[in-house]
Write a protein that binds this ligand. Structure first.
Ligand SMILES: Nc1ncnc2c1ncn2[C@@H]1O[C@H](COP(=O)(O)OP(=O)(O)OP(=O)(O)O)[C@@H](O)[C@H]1O
Ligand SMILES: Nc1ncnc2c1ncn2[C@@H]1O[C@H](COP(=O)(O)OP(=O)(O)OP(=O)(O)O)[C@@H](O)[C@H]1O
Ligand SMILES: [Mg+2]
Ligand SMILES: [Mg+2]
Lengths: 220, 220
């Protein structure tokens, strides 16, 4: 599913070059469940953004499902991001003046799902993360962990073949976190792929494989 | 230090009344280290915001250091918020177009600390959280855990007598989290008070006492 070779991402800040990723090699098969761990600042979110086609590498190759990502046109990239991939961002990235329900409906709008069906799928996703009684709240009317769960519901609503979750339980108590991990496991059991960034060992052991980043490199 | 009696906080959302806190009683002595745990949505951040004088209760009494908070004038409240209390927000709340250093200097500007000394204290706080090489980055040029650490440095820079930390290690690997908890312990050992919201048992056991919230109430 994912082939990455010598992947490098450099940020230029004034005179300085900051290597967020330095020559990362990574292969992920279809239907895999992978955890990525590593210290704060080691490059995990940078790697996830590149995998999710939200950022491009400075150097190196990224082949997604057999296609080199740098050769994809804008509409092809948009289709991948909206239909194949579900992304739970570390900082949630919800739309502010928009209810939880409308936030979760957004990927379904891109996927041209008809309105009534869209509403039904979004309600189902919010119920699954325990927010059935918070659907019409806007993000500033929700707790931190509730916002995180709206972001999770939005990532799952399209039943993505690749779920990318960046610290998805960082703001959740262990019981609520457990319910979320059960949802992920159900997605995985249906043959989909999951890549989860986490700093918690309990969460990492949900995955079948764990890789460790440090200073922009994968440790052997 | 803190006396709370029958503290209640209700949000009105259309026809609905949402009880975020229902009759909370809480006493915290000077120089205490308290952890608050509870499920997502149980009222922890709401309670912290009231303790930190950033929100007022709908009903009930809050007495801070012998003074009823509802009787404080605006300038008195501002002085308490800026000089006595350090607050690490669950969602960081950093200023966007501002460097890490400038963000950390902000409480020192309110405290009328002269410019050169201010800079020195802010640099020291950023070094203490491991961000000596990220001082001139803006929040969007930092990782999630780095932003969290800027928020922590900003809360500590005034050497507050009451530190309120809402999920301060949620985005940190265990090593970096450990360094932050050591900073908190050092503050506590100098006689200051700490209240920390956390969903992680490892973090909660740093405290001398743990209280549990559920549905806006403190469990006995
Ligand atoms: N402005 C608001 N309007 C309506 N309800 C609100 C508002 N703000 C918060 N709430 C509700 O109040 C309850 C308590 O919120 P709070 O942020 O205190 O929870 P929490 O314990 O910090 O949760 P978490 O662990 O997820 O951060 C939640 O159920 C939330 O939906
Ligand atoms: N726009 C930018 N300009 C300069 N440096 C950046 C920029 N964005 C990120 N960085 C740096 O790149 C490095 C990797 O960031 P990244 O967000 O991938 O880390 P991370 O492993 O996700 O960390 P965390 O666990 O704290 O979320 C960090 O040291 C960060 O400071
Ligand atoms: Mg990150
Ligand atoms: Mg909270």
């Amino acid at each position: 599913l994912i082939e990455m070779h010598e992947l490098t991402r450099v940020y230029q800040l004034g005179p300085q070059d900051i290597y967020a990723l330095r020559g990362v090699d990574l292969n992920v098969g279809h239907g895999e469940y992978l955890a990525i761990m590593g210290p704060s600042g080691s490059g995990k979110s940078t790697l996830m953004n590149i995998i999710g086609c939200l950022d491009s590498p400075t150097a190196g190759k990224y082949i997604l499902d057999g296609t080199p990502v740098e050769s994809m046109k804008d509409d092809e990239l948009a289709a991948v991001r909206n239909k194949k991939i579900g992304f739970v961002f570390q900082t949630f990235n919800l739309l502010a003046r928009t209810t939880a329900l409308q936030n979760v409906e957004l990927p379904l709008i891109y996927a041209r799902i008809p309105r009534a069906h869209r509403r039904e799928l979004a309600e189902e996703a919010l119920n699954a993360v325990g927010l059935g009684d918070r659907m019409h709240h806007q993000p500033n009317e929700l707790s931190g962990g509730q916002r995180q769960r709206v972001a999770i519901a939005r990532a799952l609503v399209n039943k993505p073949s690749l779920l990318l979750a960046d610290e998805p339980t960082g703001n959740l108590d262990s019981q609520t976190g457990r319910e979320i991990l059960d949802l992920f496991r159900a997605l995985y059991n249906r043959g989909n792929s999951i890549i989860i960034v986490t700093h918690e060992d309990d969460v990492a052991k949900e995955a079948r494989r764990i890789i460790h980043l440090r200073d922009g490199r994968v440790l052997d």
